[in-house]
Ligand binder design. Structure first.
Ligand code: 1HE
Length: 266
């Protein structure tokens, strides 16, 4: 699918385009290893909140040799406690708009995915890691702490113990280790991540909007509540999803032999 312009005003450190119904944003600050300054973080907010209604999935990746070096450390020096809290809250707000935004988001990772870069990746729904990827949380050794929702999202992916180890000891994980422990769900050869991520985003964009909403907004909430509440919400959302006209069309298509079958993994 040919790339087309996406009409929105973004900073020069972010580049956006669309391919079919997939919106793509690229971190474009390779000279600073895609370090996340306020301009980029607020630009991401603009991107994820102004997606056109016909966009069904999004993809984020990074230019240069690394996905992201995390927080722009040059901005940290000037802040007092109050400003620090406001800054962290801003990241929370923006990353929540990624995780609980209009569409599912796929991230394509390579090189360093560290600190706030890992927090950004953790806010996306599917992570595709090229074999060059490595993960770290250098906050521990820099005298700081994660501030972009990492304490909330990362233990849900890899557990408190592994996150503690990464922060206390500076341990980094390879792409293969990250895949085994659930940081990524797809592993590709270097250079293949974008095509894989785009194919996944296109596949996701082919689901009904209601099902994608249920999967990205309702499933993680159900996972946080007691089982009885979870069952109640699940009954509601599943009946809402299946009542949709498009769901009925798809079920009919399967019953009439016009829909794809579930296949074995490659
Ligand atoms: C930066 C940053 C940055 C690079 N903030 N400027 N993150 C970190 O602790 C990771 C810090 N960065 C690194 O460990 C390395 O830069 C990398 C492993 C990512 C890449 O290494 P390399 O050899 O390719 O690049 P470099 O030579 O270290 O960096 C190139 C330039 O980018 C250089 O600037 P220059 O003007 O001297 O060319 C670096 O200073 C600059 N740069 N990373 C600012 N992070 C919401 S809380 C989240 C808390 C955190 O994310 S803490 C983790 C911060």
């Amino acid at each position: 699918m040919a790339a087309q312009q996406l009409k929105m005003t973004l900073p020069a450190s972010l580049r956006a385009e669309r391919r079919g119904n997939v919106a793509i944003v690229r971190l474009a600050r390779p000279e600073k290893r895609n370090a996340l300054n306020d301009t980029i973080v607020l630009g991401l907010e603009t991107f994820f909140t102004s997606l056109p209604d016909d966009i069904a999935a999004a993809l984020i990746y990074g230019e240069g040799d690394h996905f992201s070096a995390g927080l722009d450390l040059s901005e940290l020096q000037e802040r007092d406690i109050k400003q620090g809290i406001a800054h962290s809250s801003q990241w929370h707000r923006v990353f929540d708009k990624i995780q609980f935004g209009k569409v599912p988001v796929v991230s394509v990772l390579h090189g360093a995915v560290v600190g706030g870069g890992l927090e950004l990746a953790a806010a996306t729904h599917i992570r595709v890691a090229e074999r060059s990827t490595y993960y770290g949380l250098p906050e521990g050794s820099r005298g700081i702490y994660v501030g972009g929702g990492g304490s909330v999202r990362l233990p849900r992916l890899i557990g408190v113990a592994r996150m503690m180890d990464m922060m206390l000891t500076g341990r980094t994980y390879s792409a293969e280790d990250g895949q085994a422990m659930g940081l990524s769900t797809y592993l590709t050869e270097p250079g293949d991540g974008f095509a894989k991520g785009l194919a996944l985003a296109e596949r996701i964009g082919g689901n009904t909007a209601l099902t994608n909403f249920a999967i990205t907004h309702i499933l993680p909430r159900i996972a946080e509540v007691d089982p009885a509440s979870g069952y109640a919400v699940e009954s509601l959302i599943s009946s809402i999803a299946q009542a949709d006209a498009e769901a009925k069309n798809r079920l009919t298509a399967f019953l009439e032999g016009r829909a794809n079958k579930v296949t074995r993994p490659d």
